[in-house]
Design a protein around this ligand. Structure first.
Ligand SMILES: *Cc1c(COP(=O)(O)O)cnc(C)c1O
Length: 388
């Protein structure tokens, strides 16, 4: 990876300007998109900075540098999806390693962990990570890797990254935090003691719902190089165009997060006050069980929340058919507001018993709040709620 920036600047400046005006060919302000799969050698046995696109690509590297700086890491690998980001950590573990994951982790991550465990490639332990005693018991099994996900999906529970990282490292485990829901604009897990951060850059980092991609950022330079080497070995690399789009999306990360969080707070407060709503899960609300921890650990409360309709699944059907401005769809983190029904969409694979245990009822809806005008969002929401 070539170092383009020597002066340390504020994160907002990294997001807005890393790689701007760095084009030596024509002085392009926007960094060029390099699609080429291969590169001319300077001479016999003399490759240039890049030789083959699986090994390295200037567009991908520029995005990797920007995300590395934002997370405060030593280096990053960019993968073709968030799932591939999780998997690149798993496939580097010696066969039979123990992985300790949250009992309520992202459904795709759970499916991947169980699939690799089912093939005998790893052993899997699941735990409620807010229960530090239960967590400590699991550490006695000597996990190689501890996966932390905070806030959780869809109930927005928060766990203490610094405390869990310290416990894990003392037990000899490496710690990875899935930072997809908050982005480095609102949470910096490496500064709290994690070894790696992972992202589905599909979500807030790109922010425009037009790319599927992922990233792992390592605190340690040797680990970062090893991950990039492994991405080349296995071919799990992000496409140049996806990287270029994601860098373009990243330009506005801080402004988007601020605006989306402002809208989210207004929506959460409206939901709390509405008679059709039984419960609201948003860490920005003072009565959220993890509000104090969120205040301490995060730089903001983000744009994700969930809420329970008092009228159960019938009310859910009426709501999603009537709601305006907010669209029924999976995924999150884009500039457009989306609503999902975890029981039939994102968490359908869990099965009804596991959902009930995790507190994911049939009346629960998840919101990803976007950048529309707050008055339109509130009016669209009201149209849905008044149909319940
Ligand atoms: C979406 C998501 C993933 C998976 O990412 P993809 O880009 O869809 O493969 C992993 N973790 C979390 C928290 C997510 O929201």
């Amino acid at each position: 990876m070539t170092e383009r920036t020597t002066n340390e600047v504020q994160p907002e400046t990294v997001a807005a300007a890393h790689g701007v005006a760095s084009d030596t060919a024509f002085g392009a302000i926007a960094p060029p998109l390099y699609l080429s799969s291969t590169y001319q050698f300077a001479d016999f046995d003399t490759p240039r900075a890049y030789d083959y696109g699986r090994v390295g690509n200037p567009t991908r590297d520029l995005l990797a540098e920007a995300i590395t700086k934002l997370e405060g890491g030593a280096g990053a690998v960019l993968t073709p999806s968030g799932m591939a980001a999780v998997d690149i950590l798993l496939t580097r573990l010696p066969v039979g390693s123990l992985v300790l994951a949250p009992h309520d982790c992202y459904g795709g991550t759970m499916r991947l962990l169980k699939a690799r465990a089912g093939l005998g490639q790893l052993r899997l332990a699941l735990v409620d990570q807010s229960d530090h005693a239960a967590f400590t018991v699991q550490l006695a099994g000597k996990p190689a890797l501890v996966l932390i996900e905070t806030p959780s999906n869809p109930l927005m529970r928060i766990v203490d990254i610094a405390a869990l990282s310290a416990l894990s490292r003392a037990a000899g485990a490496r710690v990875v935090v899935d930072n997809t829901f908050l982005s480095p604009a609102l949470q910096k897990p490496l500064s709290l003691g994690a070894d790696y951060v992972l992202h589905s850059t599909t979500k807030f980092l790109n922010g425009h719902s037009d790319v599927i991609a992922g990233a792992v950022i390592a605190a340690d330079g040797g680990e970062a190089r090893a991950l990039r080497h492994w991405a080349n070995v296995t071919g799990a690399i992000a496409a140049p165009f996806d990287s270029w789009l994601t860098l373009r999306g990243l330009r506005t990360l801080f402004a988007r997060m601020a605006g989306q969080e402002r809208n989210a707070m207004a929506i959460a407060e409206r939901l709390v006050a509405h008679p059709a709503v039984a419960r609201v899960h948003y860490p920005g609300l003072a009565d959220h069980p993890d509000h104090a921890l969120a205040r301490r650990q995060q730089q903001g409360f983000g744009a994700m929340m969930s809420f329970e309709l008092a009228g159960g699944v019938e009310a859910v059907q009426r709501f999603v058919r009537a709601v305006k401005v907010i669209t029924l769809a999976e995924s999150l983190g884009g500039v457009e507001s989306l609503v999902a029904h975890p029981a039939t969409m994102t968490h359908v694979d869990m099965g009804p018993e596991a959902r009930a245990r995790a507190g994911i009822g049939d009346g629960l809806l998840r919101l990803s709040i976007g950048l529309e005008h707050v008055d339109d969002l509130l009016a669209g929401l009201e149209t849905g709620l008044s149909a319940c």
